[in-house]
Every structure is written in C-alpha cells, then in structure tokens.
Write a protein that binds this ligand. Sequence first.
Ligand code: AMP
Length: 297
Amino acid sequence: MVYFNLLHNFARFLLNLNQLKIFTTKKNLVEYLGQLRSNGNSVGFVPTLGALHQGHLSLLARAQQLSDTTVCSIFVNPTQFNDPKDLEKYPRPIASDIEKLEQAGCDVLFNPEVIEMYDGNEQWHLDIGELENLLEGKFRPGHYQGVTQVVFKLFDIVKPDLAFFGQKDYQQVLVIQRMVDLLKLPVKLVMCPILRETDGLAMSSRNIHLTVDDRKHSLVLSKTLNWLKENFDRDKIPELTLQCESMIKAEPGVQFEYFEVADGSNLHKANESTKQFVALVAAKVGNTRLIDNVIIS
Ligand code: AMP
C-alpha cells in the first residue's frame, strides 16, 4: 500500500510538474505574484465561489491559453448573498476542488477565510446605474454591490492582466465591465461561453440541490431559450416573450421569475434599434434558483 501511494504521488508529480500553489493570505499571494510579474509573466484570473464543475474549468482552460500564470480564487463571498439560507447551504467541497485544479494544471489557488477579506464594518457602494435594479438586480437586491466589492478586492490583490467570467452570469459581466470602466482598472475581461450538460441544463454549482424531479423540470429553461433562438424571426419580440413565459409557467415545480429579450449591451428591453439580442431567464426549480441565457445575434 505504501509503495502504491508513493507510486501514485510520483505519477501525479510527473503528470503535473506545475504544482498548484495554495494561498490563504493576501500578503503571501501578493508577494508570490509580484515576483512572477517582475519576471515578465502575465496573470490570468478566474474568480469563483468553488464547488467547481466543467464550466469553471473551461474558464481556467481559456485563461491557460491566454496567460503565463493562472490564478483561481475560491471564496464564498458573504456580501453577495441576499438570502442567508442560500449562503449557508452553498456547497464547499474544497478537497475535491483542489484536486480538480491540480488535474487541470492551475498554477495558483487563492482560498481565503472571510476574515482575511473583510474587516468588520466596511462600507461599499458603486454606482452601477440601471444594472443595479434590472433582472438579477431586482430579484437579488444588493447582490451586485457584494459582487463588485469582492471582485474589486480580488483584482487589487491578484492584479490580473486578464480576468475570465462566464456568459452564464451575463449581467455580472456587464456589471464588472462597468466597474472596470468607472474605476479605470488595468484589467481586460474575457467572457467565456456557457457549458451545458448533454441535455442542455447550464452547469451550475447549485444543480446538486436539484431533486430527480427538479432536474427534469429544470430543462424547460434551456429548451425555452433554444426555442426562442430558433423562432426569433417568426414573430415580434413581445409576443415571443409571452410565449416563452407561458412555456416556463406551464412546467410543474417551476416558479417563474423573469424572461426578457434584452439589448446585450445594457440589458434594456430590446427595441427596434437593438443590435445584439440576449434572452435571459430566471426561475426557482423546487428550492433551487437557476438562471440561464442565450445570445441570439
Ligand atoms: P461561480 O462560482 O458560480 O461564481 O462562477 C464562477 C465563474 O464561472 C463565473 O464567471 C461564472 O459565470 C462561471 N460559470 C458558472 N457556470 C458556468 C458554466 N456553466 N459555463 C461557463 N462558465 C460558468
């Protein structure tokens, strides 16, 4: 058994010469990355809440293509959770996350405790304009203030050249781009496509909470988005939107929140002058809130 373990570890070492370096403190990470940067390495950053799946790993793969060093953060950020129960039950399988990052060849993991990131009573407010109250903003009050607060801190620590975010959280990408523009942060954002299960469900850390029945009902979201994409030229947007809404509302076990065909640049309701359309949906399936979207043109 001892020999087997030794062999196993040696094989892992050979397969993964770039060992994952794990940091839990800002100071040590800043020092380490400062050194790399002074040697001319570019840094690609993938911030996450953990419970990693192929969607997260696809962001990492893109980061690896475009950067010399890849940094992934796993931090379940309390300030972006508007529902304390959601925060409490958010999955935190750190050991298997580390294994996934090692296997994927990630260079650095930043995995701080809450106390390392927040100092008690700090205030944060960023003017993100209408994105604050539209769609996700409306259903999750304060969510984007928490997201910008933590992403600003993470950018300040990691100082990435490129930061990778998923189209899965389309509104989040617009919000963070707005923060980057407002504060003139020296980072370029890269939006990566949505990874899906073979039946179409968008991958999400929250999917593990779906019961077998929820899992079947959840497919109505991606099916409706696909239907819209295929039928986009067949009717006017308000009529199509109504049809999509009723498809979702007709599905048992699904609590509809919103379905919107929007302008991809600002998430205003699409109109005649809209050039890039994106359809976005949110619903609760059983007790699990899911979001999804599709870029139509
Ligand atoms: P999260 O851990 O949910 O905050 O997600 C971390 C990053 O992974 C965000 O930029 C998400 O948009 C992205 N992401 C989540 N799910 C997917 C997916 N199915 N495909 C691609 N990216 C995703």
